[in-house]
Design a protein around this ligand. Structure first.
Ligand code: PLP
Length: 451
């Protein structure tokens, strides 16, 4: 389709409609709109579609292409590893060199105390693994009745039955979810839920919802609390600074494990290697994916803290869980090369510096009649669209206005994502101030066309 002209593109689009069920898509609506846009190539922070249109990808794919597109080194790492050893498993007393090297690297890179790694293929699988591990842990500790895992509304932890049960209720409309022993509290979403309080007081009160939930369920039944340091797909919810200290206090007080989902926020996104560093989070378990390989190849990791690892190793026997591709040598080789690039090019530092420029320029949008609030950290940004700017009144919860704005962006050469009516920015970490300027120009145009 890249060079095959209009007929080839139309052929692909028709075959797509006939045969491919897209994730998170209303297939009938897609057909009614004339089908999908086919992305054929990419370089740096840009993607091109089959019609040759160039678009600035301010979402880094799905928050994942941290090193940007077109990296020869990552292709070379995959090529070399495929020739050397394309596959071998880590079951039955074997493993491969890149698997061990990546485990060692991650233990050094992640916050203190996270010294063991379990590999999987996606963020969802990492979070599934964590749930099984947590229940196994409490059973080994002689408290098998600690089964409930508490998460938050608007959370997104993945799409398998377990990961969707951890996610907010927007994931529960189909398939009999959530499964038993998953419960939820409100998110620390100050702009959406807390403007009648000052942010610090709201942050504390949002965290205290965890304590209330533990007491409601009975402390002896609760196994763990899981949260993204900053909720991404739920609308870029940045908690007030008072939130995480209070959550950690409550976890300690009731002896609840803390699971931190850094699938989006890991590997430099917020201007630190991990967002946990901003909040001094001491996770018992951490899920990682996306930026681990910059999306070039599927891989995820569960970081296991010393407390849980010690029990698993000393008392555990066989942990009856794993995947054919856990610790896949090619995926691990690509991830290692990806981490080398992030470090060699100081992309974490770039996310911090260019992030300051992005956040400053985003503030300029605050004068736009549609914009209620802008917020962000590092190379993460959010623009809240509102119906009444003075009173901060939202449009309908269906998010039609956000969808319209997203479509205007796309038609004008920019990928921004809409979550309800919150526009989201999460570009590759190679973004420069010039890319930010291009983003701002296109974003303002899209806002003007939406208003
Ligand atoms: N956790 C978070 C915070 C995510 O944003 C996502 C995906 O967007 C997942 C988990 C699930 O990851 P995957 O889509 O790789 O299964």
């Amino acid at each position: 389709a890249r060079d095959g002209g209009r007929a080839a593109v139309e052929g692909l689009r028709a075959a797509d409609l006939r045969h491919y069920l897209h994730p998170f898509t209303d297939s009938r609506a897609l057909a009614a709109e004339g089908g999908t846009r086919i992305i054929t190539r990419a370089h740096g922070p840009y993607i091109w579609d089959a019609e040759g249109r160039k678009t600035l990808d301010a979402m880094a794919g799905l928050w994942c292409v941290n090193v940007g597109y077109g990296r020869q080194e990552l292709a070379a790492a995959a090529h070399e590893q495929m020739l050397e050893l394309p596959y071998y498993n880590s079951f039955f007393k074997t493993t491969t060199p890149p698997t061990v090297r990546l485990a060692e690297r991650l233990a050094a890179l992640t916050p203190e105390g996270l010294n063991h790694v379990f590999f999987a293929d996606s963020g969802s699988e990492a979070n599934d693994t964590i749930v099984r591990m947590v229940r196994h842990y409490w059973a080994l500790e002689g408290q098998p009745e600690r089964r409930v895992i508490i998460s938050r509304e608007y959370a997104y932890h993945g799409s398998t039955m377990v990961a969707a049960s951890l996610s907010g209720s927007h994931m529960h409309s189909q398939g009999g979810l959530p499964l038993p022993d998953f419960d939820h509290i409100a998110p620390p979403y100050w702009y959406g839920r807390g403007r009648d309080m000052d942010p610090a007081a709201f942050g504390r009160s949002a965290a205290q919802a965890l304590e209330a939930k533990i007491l409601e369920l009975g402390a002896g039944r609760v196994a763990a609390f899981i949260g993204e340091p900053i909720q991404g797909s739920g609308g870029m919810i940045i908690p007030p600074d008072t939130y995480w200290p209070e959550i950690q206090r409550i976890c300690r007080e009731y002896d609840i494990l803390l699971i931190v989902d850094e699938v989006i926020t890991g590997f430099g996104r917020t201007g630190r290697w991990f967002a946990s560093e901003h909040y001094d989070l001491k996770a018992d378990l951490m899920s990682l994916a996306k930026g681990l390989s910059s999306g070039y190849i599927p891989i995820s990791a569960v970081m296991v803290g010393d407390r849980v690892a010690h029990t698993l190793i000393e008392k555990g026997g066989e942990f009856f869980h794993g995947f054919t591709y856990s610790g896949h040598p090619v995926a691990c080789a690509v991830a290692l090369e990806n981490l080398r690039i992030i470090e060699a090019e100081d992309l974490v530092g770039n996310a911090a510096h260019t992030g300051i420029y992005l956040q400053g320029r985003l503030q300029e949008l605050a004068d736009h009649p549609l914009v209620g609030e802008v917020r962000g950290i590092g190379l993460l940004g959010a623009i809240e669209l509102v119906q009444d700017k003075e009173r901060g009144e939202f449009f309908s919860p269906q998010g039609e206005v956000g969808t319209r704005c997203r479509d205007h962006c796309f038609q004008n050469g920019l990928v921004m994502r809409a979550v309800r009516d919150t526009m989201i920015i999460s570009p590759p970490l190679i973004f420069t101030p010039a890319h930010v300027d291009e983003l701002m120009e296109k974003a303002r145009l899209a806002l003007d066309l939406t208003a």
